[in-house]
Design a protein around this ligand. Structure first.
Ligand code: PLP
Length: 394
């Protein structure tokens, strides 16, 4: 009678959290561990945003808001989508949620019936398959190879579609790949989704973090049809270094957004009121800090990428966005004698004192994920340690 529900017992534990917890434990016992596991920018939230949050509290704006978010924040999101993407939405097509993660969770709960399939390109963000399963759906993983720059093609998606397919997830710039889909690639994908009549879920949380000549294109901007079948998911976590504030949004089909808002009204109610006022300032205020952070991440990438590429047995596709490197380390594993990427990552932590995330949880068993959301000095020291570790065992 006291058993756990099967919905939680079949959840996979987060590999990201397991390594991070172990690294923290080692740090607390005095070991000098360098963590490259971070999934968040290493800056504080910009001052003008903090001040707006404080002002709103002093003005007594500390009560419930509408479950789907403050009209003023929806308007700020609508304005952002108009300026950045050039597409128009109305308030009834936008919902504010508790981070992009919970917005995605609520979306899957809203559109999936038991056994409905969702196409998930791998390497993927760890939470997609689990959230789909929690909604009773089936993740259908389509593998993108290193040779294809970790991007799936329209033909691969077409092949994976069945009569049960409800949606495709796209995540560009991608976590953990750092890859950015081109307009041409997205056009072909949009065409397949149109012919097969499926939803597109476009997770654009790393939109602002693109480097070099890469350009972020939202698939929703490609045609009227693409706009109507796409849900844009985004938020302030990565762009404005606001991961702890928990504000994300969805823009898309009115009927779905209305049902999601209804669901939120019975589960979470509104996202934290103070956070919503902070997010209004994030979108309506100066974007200087966003650009400063982007430039800084870009220069770290330029510094660190060749150094990681030079580690024996590491092969890295140069990322164009987000703040992760995803080296294929299969050759290094073979030469250092480990069984798999989990054992390799464990040894890196215990012996070289560098925490990285094994790709197993991302559907990518040959890779490790290194986050460069940390200072350049620590990054270079971490790479030296990994390099020494691999050379000593080779
Ligand atoms: N989507 C991707 C691909 C992410 O990497 C993350 C955060 O790690 C999220 C969504 C969730 O972001 P949020 O902090 O807005 O919930």
């Amino acid at each position: 009678a006291k058993q756990l529900a099967s919905r939680v017992t079949t959840l996979s534990p987060s590999t990201t959290l397991a390594i991070t917890a172990k690294a923290k434990e080692m740090k607390e016992s005095g070991i000098d561990v360098i963590g490259l596991g971070a999934g968040e920018p290493d800056y504080n939230t910009p001052d003008h945003i903090l001040e707006a949050a404080w002002r709103s509290m002093k003005e007594g704006k500390t009560k419930y808001t509408p479950s789907g978010g403050l009209p003023a924040l929806k308007d700020a999101v609508i304005e952002k989508l108009k300026n950045d993407q050039g597409i128009a939405y109305s308030r009834s097509e936008v919902m504010i949620g508790i981070g992009a993660k919970h917005v995605l969770y609520t979306l899957f709960q809203t559109i999936l019936n038991p056994m409905d399939e969702v196409i998930v390109p791998a390497p993927y963000w760890v939470s997609y398959p689990e959230q789909i399963k929690l909604a009773g759906g089936e993740p259908v993983v389509v593998q993108a190879t290193k040779e294809a720059e970790f991007k799936v093609t329209a033909a691969q998606i077409e092949q994976a579609i069945t009569p049960k397919t409800k949606a495709l997830i796209l995540n560009s710039p991608g976590n953990p790949t750092g890859m950015v889909y081109t307009e041409d690639e997205l056009e072909k994908i949009a065409e397949v989704c149109k012919v097969q009549d499926i939803w597109i879920i476009s997770d654009e949380i790393y939109e602002k973090l693109v480097y070099g000549t890469a350009k972020h294109v939202s698939i929703a901007t490609l045609s009227d049809d693409a706009k109507q079948r796409t849900f844009i998911i985004n938020g302030v976590s990565k762009s404005h270094s606001m991961t702890g504030w928990r504000i994300g949004f969805i823009a898309g089909d009115e009927e779905v957004v209305k049902a999601m808002t209804n669901l939120a009204s019975h589960s979470t109610s509104n996202p934290v009121t103070t956070s919503q006022y902070a997010a209004i300032e994030a979108y309506n205020g100066s974007q200087d800090a966003v650009e400063m952070m982007r430039k800084d991440f870009g220069s770290r990438l330029e510094r660190i990428y060749p150094q990681v590429q030079a580690i024996p047995g590491f092969h890295v596709v140069k990322p164009q966005g987000a703040f992760y490197l995803l080296p294929d380390v299969s050759e290094a594993i073979t030469h250092t004698g480990y069984d798999d990427v989990d054992a390799f990552a464990k040894a890196l932590l215990e012996e070289a004192n560098v925490a990285v995330i094994p790709g197993t949880g991302f559907g990518s068993a040959e890779t490790i994920r290194l986050s460069y959301a940390t200072s350049i000095d620590l990054l270079e020291e971490a790479v030296r340690r990994i390099d020494t570790f691999v050379k000593e065992k080779w």
